[in-house]
Design a protein around this ligand. Structure first.
Ligand SMILES: [Zn+2]
Length: 523
């Protein structure tokens, strides 16, 4: 009898022990938890110790070194940017903190997009780890850089030995922790690659649970057209046995407006057959590019910059100028192109190509070539329609990205997406236009990318997950950066936790550099 009483007492005590007040490093109370899954928000307290969430729910009586009263604000996972040009900036002393990224809620950014960036991912990782960084980083293995390392800027297929080398470098990149293969088939030298070459390299990522993310061969009607270019991603995913991502998906230029419907149909059809295809998007009607990327024919770029300038200054100039003219029209005209960075003459920055050319008494195409003689310029190019942007955004397979650079405050007039993309999606497309609801938008920035790219224990609020956490009031989220005045941090993300460390508290950045270089575990 006595033993039975003791046993009953122990059984009663066991759950009590589990519920006894817990001690955490950080306790978040009174929040509306959007866990990232796309489910509606619910009430829960979150207990964080070390770098992970240890408990979620009604943590009655729990104590912590830091207690944050979320005061009815949303509590969400930190956002993941699946296409970022912040890689170089993060590697510098002045920008390693990544504050323009954190301020829009980004706790993870994927660098080396569009097939660019270093081939040596281990070296890049070592740099970040040595100097430390403010956000987590995922590294793409860059197709274009690998091609250039092996074949320079030649416009031909690789021979067998070259392809073997390119495949091996891809494998090395994945071994070093790559999140997938990125390509920029629109840009040289990616544009010189045929589909079979990319499939061979994408296949090398498959044993690692590979992903292929592409700035597609044509987002407009330059060459094969945007529909065939999306189809190429599907083909590479299917033949390569990997997940395909149409990166910063859009229909560029008035002649392509409305085609998002066809693109969505193609992706849906592929998904129905079991091909894993996704997209990502930045929520702006303008893209960011350069004179070379947007206006120059690829045939003129064979052999690199020096060879290109020889052609521009030689007898091919009239032919090149005619193509530049066509490409300006294709993007919507010279008044839709704004110079965002031009080191040869910073006074051009913030001005439209149409106006600059008129002032100089030149045709825009001639003026663009004149500018190019002194160096490439970055351009902001207004070329998308709201209907396409919203149609793409509504798809449950569309993630979010910035496609933004990380540059020192005040340098150039960069595309505002670098500072504001994620805040703008929440403000304009959730709060003002109701294009997507808050739970869907947060999912597109958190669990969806974490799942697609195999970031284990990231992108979701649950016990056991890494503590990358945001606390914000949706009504106060604001993308302050505009096309005219882009150098402004986004507003509203006042409390930010990265790997369990408070990197921003009550709107003030702490000095913590809590980011890590991630390694996917999708294998
Ligand atoms: Zn791109």
């Amino acid at each position: 009898m006595f033993i039975r009483v003791v046993l009953v007492a122990l059984l009663l005590l066991a759950p009590l022990a589990a519920q006894s007040p817990q001690q955490f490093d950080i306790l978040i109370k009174n929040g509306r938890v959007l866990d990232g899954t796309g489910n509606p928000w619910y009430r829960a307290e979150i207990g964080i110790t070390g770098d992970r969430i240890r408990a979620m729910g009604a943590l009655t009586g729990a104590t912590a070194k830091v207690v944050i009263d979320a005061a009815d604000r949303f509590v969400t996972p930190g956002f993941i940017d699946v296409h970022s040009h912040a890689g170089d900036g993060l590697a510098t002393e002045g920008l390693k903190h990544g504050q323009p990224l954190l301020a829009q809620g980004l706790t993870t950014v994927f660098v080396n997009p569009d097939g660019g960036g270093p081939v040596d991912l281990a070296g890049q990782r070592a740099t970040y780890e040595r100097q430390r960084i403010g956000t987590n980083v995922g590294q793409f293995v860059p197709h274009g850089s690998i091609r250039r390392a092996v074949m320079n800027m030649s416009d031909r297929d690789p021979n067998a030995a070259e392809l073997t080398r390119m495949v091996e470098l891809t494998r090395q990149g994945m071994l070093a922790g790559g999140v997938g293969l990125s390509s920029g088939l629109y840009y040289a030298p990616g544009s010189y690659s045929k589909t079979a070459e990319v499939i061979a390299m994408a296949k090398a990522t498959a044993p690692f649970g590979g992903v292929y993310s592409s700035h597609i061969r044509d987002e407009s009607d330059y060459t094969i057209g945007v529909v065939a270019a999306v189809q190429e991603v599907i083909e590479i995913a299917e033949q390569g046995g990997v997940t395909g991502v149409v990166s910063h998906m859009k229909a560029l230029g008035p002649a392509s407006w409305g085609l998002s419907k066809t693109l969505i149909d193609r992706i849906e059809a592929a998904r129905t057959r079991g091909v894993q295809v996704f997209a990502d998007q930045y929520p702006y009607e303008a893209s960011g590019t350069g004179i070379v990327g947007a206006l120059m024919p690829r045939s003129a770029q064979v052999g690199g910059r020096e060879a290109m300038m020889k052609r521009v200054l030689g007898e091919l100039r009239p032919e090149i100028r005619a193509e530049v003219k066509t490409n300006i029209a294709r993007r919507g005209g010279a008044e839709t192109l704004m110079v965002s960075r031009y080191s040869a003459d910073p006074s051009f920055e913030g001005q439209r190509l149409s106006l600059l050319a008129a002032k100089a008494g030149m045709a825009p195409e001639e003026f663009a070539l004149k500018m190019l003689e002194k160096g490439d310029a970055s351009l902001v190019s207004f070329n998308m329609s709201e209907g396409d942007i919203e149609g793409i955004m509504r798809q449950p397979w569309t993630m979010t990205c910035t496609d933004g650079d990380l540059v020192p405050m005040g340098v150039g007039v960069p595309h505002p997406r670098a500072y504001g993309a994620f805040a703008r999606k929440l403000k304009r497309y959730v709060r003002e236009r109701n294009t997507v609801d808050i739970a869907a938008a947060v999912r597109s920035m958190t669990t969806l990318p974490a799942t697609v790219f195999g970031l284990k224990d990231r992108g979701q609020l649950r016990a056991g997950a890494f503590a990358d956490v945001l606390i914000f009031d949706l009504a106060k989220v604001n993308d302050a950066a505009t096309y005219e005045k882009p150098h402004q941090l986004a507003e509203g993300m006042n409390d930010i936790i990265v790997n369990g460390e408070l990197v921003r508290r009550d709107g003030k950045f702490t000095s913590a550099l809590a980011g890590r270089v991630l390694r996917p575990e999708r294998r």
